[in-house]
Write a protein that binds this ligand. Sequence first.
Ligand SMILES: [Zn+2]
Length: 413
Amino acid sequence: MRVTTLFKRLLRLDGVRVVAVELEGEPGQERVVVDLARPQRRLLRCPRCGFGTRACYDRSLRTLRHLDILRTPCLLRLEVRRLECKRCGVVSEELPFARTGSRFTRAFEDTCVWLVRDAPKTVVSRLMRVDWATVGRMIERVVAEASGGGEQWLSGLRRIGIDEVSYRKGRRYLLCVVCHDSGRIVWAAPGKSRAVLNSFFDELGEEGCARLEAVSCDLHGAWGEVIRARAPQASICADPFHVVKLAGDALDALRRQDWQRLRKEDPRRAVWLKGTRFVLRQRAESLSPGQRTLIEELAETNARVYRGWLLVDQLRALYTVEDPDQAALLLDQWLHAASTSLLVPFIKVARTLTEHRDAIVNAIRLGLSNARLEAMNSTVRLISHRSRGFRRLESLLAMIRLVCGKVPVALPT
Ligand SMILES: [Zn+2]
């Protein structure tokens, strides 16, 4: 078999002819260079907008990196024509085996991106022999292609969750939007301000906003306002995790107050109280007999902390009530009990939750929570940690979409 025929078969690239195969470079630094020729089609197409023309602007020799051959890097060399597009300016013609603007073949990029979902960056860049920043660009191209210009991510959204994720130390946040129906992160942008949330609604468009049925979020005041203004028909749902956490924090505050008092009066009891912290976080029904005894002791010795614990447990139990009307009734009773409890931290919580009463009831009625987003928090942080060294924030966002947005990547094997 001739070498050119062999390579034509091995490369598996459609619409090209192998003209020559050379081994170039110093010993130890060799590269296989495959010269390709393509049948010259008369019509040139703009890869961005599809504009067609017969006029060729210029021609130049382009080298594309392909998957290694045996253990040697492989380069494809071919003539690429450029055209002058009326809208996009001077651009290179589309190549079937490479993405626009890339110096790598699709097969090479797909392999890198497939690896990067699970492998640490040092592994990917050493194995594939590419710069880490270059891998970031590849992910951006693959994700952009999968999302077809960005519209597909946001089309047909009905029930969404909004949350901030701290992705790096030093209070750097991403605002993430998850689709409750598909379980994907559909949008992410740096920051957590009103302006960032507004830019999400801008991208979603008027029709998209009007289609929203429910939005779950934490009790961050500013977000509720933005949601009400942009999608007034959508039910705002207070994320249960954040609601119960408020009460849990109030209980912590009570315990700390009692502990401070006991430290002076009775240091041994103070140490004992400190040890109840873990038990106080448990649900009543999951207490072991030993833990139950501890809670009973607490009821006798530290009545305030015990009453706080009961309030937290009752609030949590609201979310297991099957009838939403019954749950709403119980919520009102809880708010009354908390606000008349004489426990200052709980009175404050009752005030906050009263403001968000409807959102709490909505969440119970629709069964929505940001639990999935909370779980993604740790994934996003892991991705961010792994992606350190991407020079562009866009690469990090693309990586989040790749992993949490479930973008399919095909291996070229
Ligand atoms: Zn164009």
